[in-house]
Design a protein around this ligand. Sequence first.
Ligand code: FAD
Ligand code: DLZ
Ligand code: SF4
Length: 511
Amino acid sequence: MSTLRLVLGDQLNAQLSALHDYAEGDVVLIAEVMEEATYAPHHPKKIAFVFAAMRHFAAECEARGLTVRYVPLDAAENSGSIEGEVRRALSATQAKAVVCTAPGEWRLHQTMQQCGTRLGVPVEIREDTRFLCSLTSFNHWADGRKQLRMELFYRQMRLEHGILIEPDGTPTGGQWNYDKENRKPPLNGMRSPTRLRHPRSSITREVLSLVEERFASHFGNLHPFYFAVTREEALAEAQHFMEELLPKFGDFQDAMVQGEAYLYHSLLAAYLNAGLLLPLELCRMAESAYRHGKAPLNAAEGFIRQILGWREYVRGVYWRFMPDYEQMNHFGARRALPAFYWGAKTNMACVSEAVKHTQMHAYSHHIQRLMVTGNFALLAGIDPHEVHQWYLAVYADAYGWVEVPNTIGMALHADGGIMASKPYAASGKYIHRMSNFCKSCRFDPEVTVGENACPFNALYWDFLARHETLLRNNQRMLYVYATWEKFGAAKQNAIRAQAEDVLRQLDDGVL
Ligand code: FAD
Ligand code: DLZ
Ligand code: SF4
């Protein structure tokens, strides 16, 4: 009996659980469908990357002797959905069963769970072994804990996988976490080192034409397009990062520089999340760079923590709390997403810069996502669902399992503290310290009230005042509330009036 083996656009790995027992007569189904390309208005670079990587992966499977049914987006009979393509494939082949690896998003996982009855064949959903922590293990770790602290999860993962662990079981260097060393502001004149530019194959060029034609209305620039689209190219990216960028990754992880989207960040999330790279191989490469004296410990540990810690942790949180998680709105935020998130003009240089990077590259680095666009949305009370839809659409690495916890939990604290023990709220002073954006801004980060006042400042205090009942008893907020009280009534009123004015300007589209 032959089996139909579905491979989704973010599962492009030869070791995929859905493929491991492939037998002669089986068919691998890979399908470009409108439903996946439009359930969020994805950035054209993201769609082009996914389609080009899918087409190259299909060709690699065929070269390894697998039978592949590849459905291009513009195939005449394309049904437009994954379920529709599974149905068509079943009727076109002799397959009597469907096997897939668990989809990374709740909505598609639901579809796959339910479609067996509709299709009249058994559908087996297998564990996604591209992740290091199974959902069962995550739940074991989480059960009974009051707080799901990433740091504790991360230590367990280090021990389990023997990464940066000495023979006596202690963490390499004596500490688990070197984050304190990873908060240096940018140096004067700092530039991003040169990045690899992958030549566009004929397959990629065809995809670029297709995306240009079909998704021209989506936010974001398709060209120039230099993404890696094969495992070989993605491995070259990883190698390049380990050799050229990792040494300074730690030091400047939080720095932001005008005109420099990448700095020392790896850009590997898009490749990892699509299956072209695997998390353990990257952690081992970073550990090896440290052990061979090619990168300092704070850099290697910082990078490993993001992948072995944060990445696995947010996936665990997503599956533990979905579907409710996506709808959470702890602060009851209701304001519509401002047009400047989609490229309209704003006078705030930091926001304008983060959106520009996003538009050009389908990328902005973590601190821009968290402390600029995320922080602004938190302080201004933007509806978490709208913010989430934006993040899901605009980044080449965005999929629900990783984007939702980062947006709803980390950036907006809309989960009420499941992920973070306090909101990542910050005034303009943080952005000023960590970037050079304020130099070219019409606002002044040192000023809170008045025409030139940085909007983040008044919004920051107003946010704390607005949500005092929810936040005041948080031990980690005691200091800021003590400061707020010291301001006295007159200053507090002036700040709150300023915040009202900022929000009015925001609503009028003139901020
Ligand atoms: P680097 O800075 O080089 O980090 C190395 C790797 O660590 C990344 O490639 C990534 O795989 C992993 N990583 C780092 N931080 C996180 C994190 N918080 N959660 C999960 N993995 C992490 N990451 C995504 O992969 N997809 C998303 O859709 C996404 N949305 C985000 C939304 C918001 C609001 C925020 C604050 C963060 C989001 N992140 C997301 C996390 C992080 O910003 C990106 O992983 C990172 O910017 C990707 O760039 P990079 O590959 O250069 O990462
Ligand atoms: C992101 C994406 C896009 C743009 N297109 C497709 C597609 O046409 N076919 C497909 O199988 N997958 C695509 N993907 C990735 C899926 O959206 C992803 O598998 C789900 O969101 C589950 O994580
Ligand atoms: Fe952003 Fe305020 Fe700095 Fe302007 S002054 S760049 S708005 S932090």
